[in-house]
Design a protein around this ligand. Sequence first.
Ligand code: FAD
Ligand code: SF4
Length: 508
Amino acid sequence: MTRLVLVLGDQLSKSLSALRKADPSSDVVVMAEVADESVYVRHHPKKIALILAAMRKFAARLEQDGWRVAYTRLDDPEAGSSICAEILRRAEEQGADEVLVTTPGEWRLIEALRHCPIKIRFHADDRFIASRTDFETWAEGRKQLRMEYFYREMRRKTGLLMEEDEPAGGQWNFDSENRKPPPEGVDHSGPMQFTPDEVIEEVLDLVESRFSDHFGDLRPFHFATDQAQARRALAHFIRHALPRFGDYQDAMMRGERTLYHAVISPYLNIGLLDPMEVCKAAEQAWRDGDVPINAAEGFIRQILGWREFVRGIYFLQGPDYTGLNALGHDADLPSVYWGGETGMRCMEQAVTQTREDAYAHHIQRLMVTGNFALLAGIDPAQVHEWYLAVYADAFEWVEAPNTIGMSQFADGGIVGSKPYVSSGAYINRMSDYCKACDYKVSVKTGEGACPFNLLYWHFLNRHRDRFESNPRMGNMYRTWDRMDAERRDTVLSDAGALLARLNQGEPV
Ligand code: FAD
Ligand code: SF4
């Protein structure tokens, strides 16, 4: 009996568990570009184009390898509007009554498939270094789940950057060396870019005709769209950017959108790169003496540590996680997130490159757009939807714990032990944005005061009950308490006026 093998747009790996369980001589692979998946949030056009182009290329590769592929294009008049509808249509067409599925990375889709009226066999997605069970076992009985301890266990388990039982270089973590402000000049021209071929041009035309009202620029389009290209992009990063990745991991610069970051998350997240392959390539570069330990360790921690950790959290917490709102924030997302007018150079830089590239690096997401949303009390569900829509690498299993947890503290401290908030001083130290801003980072109240300065104290003051006793935040409250009462009143009333302007939709 023919079985169907579902391959989703972020499951483009030949080693996919559902493919391993299937038989190319009798089973049929189903791949579908369905409208629901492109619009359940209004994804950035570049993200839609990346996924569709990579799907088409992956389907062609499977066919070359001898698979029969039933592929549905978005503009196919027969196309069903959802994954389930497409499965049922193909099942009837192929005379199949069973579907092999690698468990999707999103509760919404898992639920949709569970309710699809056909026999579905789920197989674990094992394209991760830790399985869901590994994470659950590690988490069991722990009062707090902290990435650092999970990461150390993963280092021991995998042997990555280990020398016997000890961490390479004598330390687990070289963070203290990895917080340098922006360099004078950048000796790296950025990630490898690829010229669109015919397949991609056709996808770009389709996306243009269907999704031009979504936020984001479709062209120019330079992403890798198959495994070979993604591997070239990885090799380019390891050679040219990884050596300085550690040093400038937290820095931000005008005109240097990616600095020494890899820009490989879109490829990892749709299956074109394997996380262990990436970690091993970085480790090898260190063993060969081509990159310093602080760079190799800092980079591997992002993948072996953070990426695996947030996936574990997403599945451990269950489908209600995205609705959490521990701080009770309920303001609407201001227009600046959609490219609205602003005098804040840091926000303008992060949002402009998000619109143009569907990419911003971690510190821009965490300490600029995320920090501002948290300080301004924006509804975390709206913040979550924004991050899920605008980045090419955004898939809920990785985006939600980063947004709801790390960035917005809406999970009350499951991902992080304290909220990532800062005044303008941090942004000024780590970037050159403030030099070109309409506001003055040195001004704390009144005309020209940096909005981060005002909102930072407003946030701490309004959440005092929750955070005052947090040992990592005591210093912040002591500084606030040392200010004279009149100054504190002025800060709070200026911040209140700023929030009122934001709430009325006025530009800041
Ligand atoms: P690099 O800085 O070069 O890091 C290398 C790799 O490490 C990345 O490709 C990524 O796979 C991994 N990584 C680094 N940090 C994290 C992290 N915190 N969580 C998981 N993996 C990490 N990452 C996504 O892949 N998808 C998202 O939707 C996403 N949403 C985010 C939302 C917010 C609010 C924040 C603060 C972070 C988010 N991140 C997300 C994490 C991180 O910002 C991106 O992984 C990173 O910017 C990708 O760019 P890069 O490949 O140049 O990363
Ligand atoms: Fe951002 Fe404030 Fe610096 Fe302007 S002064 S760039 S608003 S941190």
